[in-house]
Write a protein that binds this ligand. Sequence first.
Ligand code: FAD
Length: 438
Amino acid sequence: TVSVALFTQDLRLHDNPVLHAAARAADQVVPLFVLDPAVEAAGFGAPNRQAFLADCLADLDESLRRTGARLVVRHGDPAEQAAKVAAETDADSVHVAAGVSAFARRRENRLRERLGGRLHVHDAVLTVLPPGQVTPAGRDHYAVFTPYHRAWQQAPRRSVHGAPRKLSTPDGVGGEALPTATAASPALPPGGESAAREQWRRWDVDAYADLHDALAADGTSRLSPYLHFGCLSAGELAARALERGGEGAEAFVRQLAWRDFHHQLLAARPRAAHHDYRSREDHWHHDEREARAWREGRTGYPIVDAGMRQLAHEGWMHNRARLLTASFLTKTLHHDWRTGAAHFLALLVDGDLANNQLNWQWVAGTGTDTRPNRVLNPLRQADRYDPDGAYVRRWIPELAHLPGPSVHRPWLLAPDYPAPLVAPEDLNTRLRAARSLD
Ligand code: FAD
């Protein structure tokens, strides 16, 4: 007997309910990945994520080969290709992870149309808890994190599986060559489950509670790209961290709950990927010169510019920098969050519809922040989260000669640095204007 494991955002062997179920269902498994041109057409196939994906698939194939199986890669519509492979191999079942976005739901519907009862959709593959497992009375999702988090902590979890040791793939299933990397940011992390597990082993979770907001310390896990592509299971990470215990591990698990929170929100409100979750008066203004300076890291505020340059160089940005660059665009310049979210998605290797769009909405005050008028003053953020200026000096070499925190105010000491888009003396007026919007 044969089954098909259709990989999507679960590019791993460890704790993969899709692969686990496919292996239990039949003697042989076809591990299948379909490169879907619709992902590219939708603008989601950005070079950084394509390059990372190429690594992930190569690593997945290598790991599968160690078990005796191999990865089959096809090109086209995933539903059509999965049905074709099932027909070619006489497979009795096709296994896939439940998706969260509208795009993934449509794919699932097409799979069901073609495969009927042979399709098995598995929950809690992409997130710790499946969207909808915990809901407040009378509603289909939580809009506020704190009560969600409380319910999330108490909810039952599925058990964590190890990686399968022995698999086999039927001979003669045709596939295409693995994709190769495209032109990407110069310092992209390596993709794949092996690199992900190595990073998890290397990272010091115990220091996380103290260091997670310190820009220069770079003390966060940097696991987000691996979680986005499913090289690591969020459920396994949560279980491992809870076993370890301590403040750092608890703080880390809380971030995984934020990830689940945004996923349950997007699953319930797919429109929130592009439309205001909580509609506000359309108060955005557009100024291409300002937007370009923001994208290129030339706003004149080094703490903002440093974040934007880290994004261009690594395809990744520290969470504190994401917060303050997004706040600068929406609450200091008063630009539409969609402009910023699109630029992030074009570069972020962890670029994720749920996490990116909903965090942008949270910062812009159109999302689920219970204090939508919160504003972040870039200078105060700089003094607080980069007190010595080391993060700025790392990313802005032309200011590296400025000592200590003076690097945050180049208008005083470095006249060649771009003039601030908003004069420092006007900052408070701008922020007050953002705060007074309903
Ligand atoms: P850690 O601090 O080590 O956290 C562990 C994991 O928890 C992360 O890998 C991530 O999966 C999850 N996580 C942490 N913070 C959040 C959060 N606020 N919301 C949801 N999940 C979280 N994260 C993405 O994965 N993809 C995105 O496209 C994305 N866009 C963002 C855009 C903006 C404007 C903001 C403010 C945040 C965005 N985030 C996004 C959330 C967060 O910034 C990143 O997940 C985090 O910086 C990744 O680094 P890390 O893995 O070292 O995080």
